[in-house]
Design a protein around this ligand. Structure first.
Ligand code: H2U
Ligand code: ZN
Length: 356
């Protein structure tokens, strides 16, 4: 816990500084830094504006390969599903079978064989919905599907990545509400970083990094957007995307599969709230990439892990102006303009606003 107090104290000398001066913040989950430049928020913008697609879709689209009863590229017909529907991606990024072993060429080039499974998860039979527009009960079905898939896949593979790419801006090819799950016999880079960082912290403190982090955030109350009995939504101190959030359980759970039924119910409730707020922020269906991080299945001592979801929306100023991670970000380090505290304030107002 004291580590975080020091980080917060030393990085933020005063609140005024965070409002107006450039500074860097440390991301203890990844061992990376982010440059924060709040003074830049007032600069004029004459750059790229994204298109807004507001045409109302219909609940069924006969051209959609995810709608019930339709044919997919593989020739298979989707069932008349009522809640969620999961199938093997017809164009998997990781092959299922073992390939002939790759030979190492030299001490500089390294390659390794991979195998895994790629699944597509349809969130609803209704083509025109998004998770934000679905009732809480239906969101809970999606969460339970994620848990069921994780249970099955983690028996076979080391790492299971659940994710959703929402919106054309994020490269999503089909507006039908869906996500994906890629599982593999290897630990991918991002998970490996988080594993190492959480392990190192746990070894020093005998307490999980994100559990301690939540305690500090609860004391400070500067970056928590919303919480209920079982979950907290916050803009992390080290957020790089303008309205990036994390969803973290109040209890310590290394993995998604350990959630109780009251925790899945509360997760659906809090997801609904934050996703509705996201859509209100720029009066548009908020694009984002999101995914779950939890302990990989290969290790037995996973107490250093705390389950969490990351949401990375690209929008910065409006429905049409997004944040570009280019130039300095690509070549030096991530940079943001609006502070995480300002982003929290904006989201918090929208979460509290009554639905009508
Ligand atoms: P994205 O638009 O989020 O990429 O998801 C669509 C996925 O669906 C994509 O990974 C798969 C694509 O490979 N797909 C099928 O499995 N079958 C099809 O008939 C078309 C698309
Ligand atoms: Zn559809």
């Amino acid at each position: 816990m004291s580590d975080f107090r020091n980080i917060l104290k030393s990085t933020i000398i005063s609140k005024n500084m965070t409002l107006f001066q450039s500074h860097r913040r440390y991301n203890p989950l990844k061992d990376e830094w982010v440059l924060v430049s709040p003074q830049r928020t007032s600069r004029p913008w004459k750059g790229k504006q994204e298109k807004i697609i507001k045409d109302k879709k219909s609940a069924y689209d006969n051209q959609c390969y995810l709608c019930p009863g339709n044919k997919r590229a593989s020739g298979q017909i989707n069932p008349q599903y009522e809640n969620t529907f999961v199938f093997d991606n017809d164009f998997p990024a990781i092959s299922k079978s073992n390939q002939p072993k790759i030979q190492q060429e030299s001490g500089i080039f390294f390659s390794e064989n991979v195998n895994g499974a790629c699944r597509v998860v349809c969130f609803s039979p209704k083509h025109d919905l998004t998770l934000a527009e679905m009732p809480e009960k239906k969101i809970e079905n999606v969460i339970n599907t994620w848990i069921k898939e994780t249970k099955t896949l983690s028996k076979i593979y080391k790492w299971v990545q659940i994710f959703e790419n929402k919106g054309e801006m994020m490269g999503c090819s089909n507006l039908h509400p869906h996500g994906q799950i890629w599982a593999g016999n290897f630990i991918p880079t991002e998970i490996s970083k988080e594993d190492t960082q959480q392990k190192n912290y746990f070894q020093k403190k005998q307490s999980p990094l994100l559990v301690d982090y939540l305690q500090v955030e609860q004391l400070k109350q500067e970056r928590i957007v919303i919480e209920n009995n079982n979950w907290i939504v916050l803009v992390p101190f080290w957020a790089t995307w303008p309205y990036e959030i994390m969803i973290i359980p109040q209890n310590h759970h290394p993995n998604l599969i350990q959630l109780s039924s009251s925790e899945t119910t509360d997760l659906a409730k809090i997801m609904k709230k934050i996703l509705v707020a996201y859509d209100k922020l720029f009066d548009t269906s908020m694009p984002y990439s999101m995914g779950w991080h939890f302990a990989p299945s290969y290790g037995k001592n996973n107490n250093h892990w705390q389950l969490h979801a990351h949401y990375y929306p690209p929008l910065l100023r409006s429905a049409v102006v997004k944040k570009f991670m280019v130039g300095y970000e690509m070549l030096s380090e991530a940079q943001r303009d609006i502070t995480p505290e300002e982003a929290t304030k904006k989201l918090k107002k929208l979460v509290n606003r009554r639905l009508h």
